[in-house]
Design a protein around this ligand. Structure first.
Ligand code: 2AL
Length: 242
């Protein structure tokens, strides 16, 4: 199957790291096509970054159309997820959404460990939107900037581990969800150190995308995710119109 992996930020090194994590998680026969928007923020650490990044995700979905079997949006704010689901019939998963689902299947309660404290509210909004507010027991910021994770997160390992240990104790959680695509490379080592399941949303979304494809399921074209209505788009968005 052809899996489109969208890094919603414009840092090419991060796109490459996320692609490596996705390929490591993918089953044989899954081709991972990794892309990033042609415009937008180098990292997504707040609402403004996220608004522009969502348009970048829409751009990449528009370019891909129905030539893919599934897509994954690899930023923990799941920017542009609903828009992407209107733009293609292929199933589209956000990494936060995928991680919340997986974590809730293997624990009664989980904690999220993320980057900047200011991004915690974005994860909290998603937990409410997806209905996971009763399963998540806390969202914790480390104040590590997203691009500081570009070495695979190795330089930040001790800080993330410390935050996760405190979260597990304070929240009485049974699992940790990593709150940034840039943390994917830390997942296995952290799980070993912490002794609880650690969920990387990139791997979770790749596996769930494969499952949906294997089940022959597509996004419903009826109702809320119907294709966009034809109309003119203007300015820089003109090529994105339907
Ligand atoms: C992210 C992420 O996954 N990519 C990015 O640019 N920002 N998430 C976050 N919590 O900071």
């Amino acid at each position: 199957m052809k899996l489109l992996l969208i890094n919603p930020n414009t840092t090419a090194a991060m796109t490459a790291n996320i692609a490596e994590a996705a390929r490591a998680a993918a089953s044989p026969g899954t081709e991972v096509l990794a892309v990033q928007p042609s415009f937008g923020p180098a990292s997504i650490e707040g609402f403004f970054d996220e608004a522009i990044a969502a348009a970048g995700v829409a751009e990449q979905m528009r370019l891909a159309g129905d030539r893919i079997d599934a897509a994954v949006i690899a930023c923990f704010g799941d920017p542009g997820l609903d828009a992407a689901r209107e733009a293609t019939r292929a199933p589209v998963l956000g990494i936060a959404e995928a991680a919340f689902h997986i974590a809730s299947m293997i624990s009664t309660g989980f904690s999220v460990v993320t980057t900047m404290t200011r991004t915690c509210v974005i994860a909290e909004h998603l937990l409410h939107k997806y209905g996971f507010e009763r399963r998540c027991r806390g969202v914790h910021g480390t104040d590590i900037p997203v691009l500081a994770l570009e070495d695979g997160g190795l330089g930040s390992m001790a800080q993330i581990e410390d935050c996760a240990r405190q979260a597990l104790a304070r929240d009485r959680s049974g699992a940790i969800v990593l709150g940034c695509a840039g943390m994917a490379g830390l997942c296995a080592a952290l799980q070993q150190k912490l002794g609880v399941p650690v969920i990387d949303g990139v791997a979770a979304a790749v596996q769930l995308a494969q499952a949906l494809h294997g089940l022959g399921l597509k996004t419903s074209a009826v109702g809320d995710y119907a294709p966009p209505l034809p109309k003119a788009y203007t300015g820089w968005a003109a090529p994105l119109g339907w």
